[in-house]
Design a protein around this ligand. Structure first.
Ligand code: ATP
Ligand code: MG
Length: 434
């Protein structure tokens, strides 16, 4: 439709064709109003029954809510209209009629369960406050990409079908690949490392990761979007600096370009771009602080991983984003480098939001012999990873990087209770469709 005008651009005196969804019809007797909605907002269309073509008025008032229509007419100033203008119609066309009964009410007057909403995302995203989440997600990813580019990183896309997995702890999804067993990739970890040793040096990827998490939780998905970064000649502290910059860039982009969306979410007042550097606690300091809160029945001892309960206690205590550094080597993956002066301690780090973990990263083991030993210590067969380990024999620079869950970033940024709110079509234990 070349001649279509967005409702937000309709100004008094214009002859326009507006097109969109029927949001509401109010028939007051001699006069009736139809509210038409498009991506930019809503506009009132006024019908004066005595003065207008009967057939046009009838068509307009009989159409079901959420049908797609177009209206040709003139825009007039009207103080009593919700946006200060209204369309006086000359003709109306019903382009796609909606059923009278809808599985959920896009006006939001009737609340729907999350599962009903996820089954009907098309209708769900007709609500301003739901659409806002995905406009914000798009803006955050745009800002993240721009920041990565500004620090000289190259965007890469690596395979999602692989022969072996890397992240112990979570399970793999097997698939059949021309009669052979293959897996959906849990992380681009090994591929991005292979690329820091290439001529690219500094790379990022925004793409899907697949984790066969057995249980439904409010913060796990079986298919998530990972924002991954890796750079040659970086140590873990430099990787943390970039991580901080990326999180801040995402918040800044949203603060600058998504005021309307924040308003739709009722968040304009409370949305703060994190300004100071994020505190960096060592693992040892973290467990001391957690134990000091008295929140756990059994105090943590060195070597324990942090439970959800422990993370929550520490998050409340710190009250902002923070890093946990210097984890015990034995609870971090094989590809993370240990401190040279203390092999019990790894250079692994996590970025935490007060509510949950956002990022895991670290400096990587780039020395061939140490890498092979790391595999063996974690009970993995280095032979299965020869395509990867081999390249460490041909000039692999020291490097560091991290992975940030995009949905967790959006979830914590917007205070969403459930990670599924931040994905259009979530995959979880029960949900494989739509
Ligand atoms: P958790 O301990 O919270 O389950 P993890 O330590 O297993 O996470 P990593 O392997 O460190 O996760 O992955 C890096 C990041 O990717 C995580 O910090 C998180 O933001 C995101 N992520 C990992 N698994 C999931 C998942 N199942 N759903 C959503 N995001 C995930
Ligand atoms: Mg982790």
């Amino acid at each position: 439709m070349d001649d279509r005008t967005y409702t937000a651009d309709a100004s008094p005196g214009d002859a326009v064709t507006v097109a969109g969804w029927v949001h509401e019809i109010r028939d007051l007797g001699g006069i009736a109003f139809l509210i038409l909605r498009d991506k930019t907002g809503k506009i009132q269309v006024k019908f004066e029954k005595d003065e207008m073509d009967d057939e046009m008025v009838e068509t307009a008032l009989d159409v079901h809510r959420e049908s797609v229509i177009s209206v040709e007419g003139t825009v007039e100033e009207e103080d009593r209209a919700p946006t200060g203008v209204e369309v006086v119609p000359e003709s109306i066309e019903v382009i796609a009629e909606a059923d009278a009964e809808l599985p959920l009410d896009p006006s939001g007057k009737v609340e729907a369960e999350l599962s009903t909403r996820l089954d009907n995302r098309t209708l769900d995203l007709r609500k301003d406050e739901v659409k806002a989440i995905f406009e914000i997600r798009a803006e955050a990813l745009r800002a993240v990409r721009e920041h990565f580019r500004s620090i000289g990183s190259t965007e890469i896309n690596t395979p999602k079908i692989v022969a072996t997995g890397t992240e112990g702890g979570t399970e793999l999804f097997p698939i059949t690949y021309f009669g052979e067993e293959a897996f959906m990739n849990q992380s681009p970890q090994l591929f991005k490392q292979l690329m820091v040793g290439s001529g690219l040096e500094r790379v990022f990827e925004i793409g899907p990761i697949f984790r066969a998490e057995e249980h439904n939780t409010p913060r796990h998905l079986n298919e998530a979007t990972s924002i991954d970064f890796e750079s040659a000649f970086f140590d873990h502290t430099e990787a943390m600096d970039v991580c901080e910059g990326i999180v801040r860039a995402a918040y800044e982009g949203v603060a600058e370009n998504c005021q309307e969306e924040l308003e739709a979410l009722g968040m304009t007042e409370e949305f703060d771009v994190p300004d100071d550097a994020f505190p960096r606690l060592t693992y040892e300091e973290a467990i001391e602080r957690i134990n000091a809160t008295g929140a756990l029945d059994d105090p943590l001892v060195w070597g324990d991983d942090l439970s959800t309960e422990a993370e929550r206690a520490l998050g409340e205590d710190v009250g902002s984003h923070y890093f946990i550094t210097d984890w015990p080597s034995e609870i971090k993956p094989f590809y993370i480098k240990d401190h040279d002066d203390d092999p019990e301690l790894s250079t692994g780090f996590d970025l935490m939001h007060p509510r949950l973990e956002l990022v895991s990263g670290g400096q990587r083991e780039h020395r061939y012999q140490h890498l092979i030993e790391g595999f063996e210590q974690q009970g993995l067969e280095p032979e299965a990873f020869e395509y990867y380990t081999k390249m460490f024999k041909y000039g692999m620079p020291p490097h560091a990087g991290w992975g940030l869950g995009a949905e967790r970033l959006i979830m914590t940024m917007l205070g969403l209770e459930n990670i599924r709110e931040a994905v259009l079509f979530p995959r979880d234990r029960q949900r494989l469709s739509p």
